[in-house]
Ligand binder design. Sequence first.
Ligand code: CTP
Length: 469
Amino acid sequence: MNLKHKLQHPIFATLAQVAEKHNYPTFIVGGFVRDLLLQRPNKDIDIVVEGNGIEFAKLVADELYDVKGLSVFKNFGTAMIKLDDLELEFVGARKESYRRESRKPIVEDGTIKEDQERRDFTINAMSISLNQVDFGELIDPFNGQKHLQEGLIITPLPPDQTYSDDPLRMLRAMRFASQLHFKVDDASFESIKKNKDRLSIVSEERIATELNKIMESPQPSVGLELLFLSEIMKIILPEVDALQGVDEIDGQTHKDNFYHTIQVVDNTAETSDNLWLRWAALLHDIGKPPTKRFDQNVGWTFHGHEMRGAKMVPRIFKRLKLPLKDTLNYVKELVYLSSRPAALTKDIVSDSAVRRLLNDAGDKIDDLMLLVEADITSKNKERVKRYKNNFKEVRVKLKEIEEKDQVRNFQPPVTGEEIMTTFKIKPGREIGVLKSAIKEAILEGEIPNEKEAAFKFMIKKGEELGLKA
Ligand code: CTP
């Protein structure tokens, strides 16, 4: 198969010219070739030459009169050229297993064939010639093209070897399955199950990168279920793994919270691209296993699971080296608030309850509503309809109250300074007491969120405390 017609960008002609002039057998390899065949956009082009990759990259940069755009990573034996929005990475063909981040010095004495067979999957082990004799020819020694059509993730060498070369590939298999909606070959999956403990030598950062790619894929449940079935979930996210299972006492069961959870993640993926909203969905029920109780009268309960779950989030983020501070807080708070809107639909919704929710959720309110709507996974159509309508009502109410009271990002209508000057007092306990009394009165709806009303209220409350205006 010749793909010349797909290599329209002038850089490919330049690469071919340099290859010819300086006698370097040169190939495009890996993800770019895969994505070209799948018609997926990809701006990262990996170039493999038989010979010294850095030397070749320098010759290309000279040819482009653009030595500025060249970066050399001597320790990795690689070089990079940025051109327009493309990133070209150059490396010499090697006999050893290929890993982009590997710090081991590489020995560039391989042929393109050897280089291809040490790559992770057949769909990632295809190359395209940039040499004059067969420019554009697809070189596909392991049937990658066929596997692309069949939707199969399969290793070029026996799976035990490919995975032991780099155990991260076990996660990559599931990530590609999730991104492309492919199946992991049975023998590969067996090998992954057998070798899963080898993941312990992989850094948390690399694990998190793959996990996030699964979470960013169109239907993350594909990868999440594979993680669970291979028992890798137990190793990297035991809190999520523990969600699986259904207990039965006195004929009463509860739902399988793992399968529920991955469905919730898929549902959030349908309404939002926000990775961290998806994480909140993944973690929203993790407080359930540790709070699960059986009560003779009411059946299964998970009292306080939101608070317990929220408290578990920071440990997970630290362990996986996920971003802390704002991102962590966002996920933690969504987990904490994840049952609040549902509680609002149980009775007649009071204004004060809506005001409190708005105040607690702040700018996260819209995402919280997406999360709770995604949380509806019942198979009972009637029930789904009812819940959805309830949340619609909550949304209407939220809008009304926000327009009226503006408590979403609550700013105290009376400042501490004003309290001090009014009562001629120094900083002290009373200021805090008065400020929270004002806020409470606003949230409860006793007074409107307005300066004049709040001021009057403050004088009255102050006097009750024995202060004089
Ligand atoms: N590769 C590999 N083993 C790894 C990592 C990478 O064999 N552990 C090879 C594969 O041939 C892969 C190529 O290196 O196609 C580039 O890797 P990378 O940029 O990580 O992934 P892509 O396949 O390009 O996919 P994406 O850009 O979606 O991450």
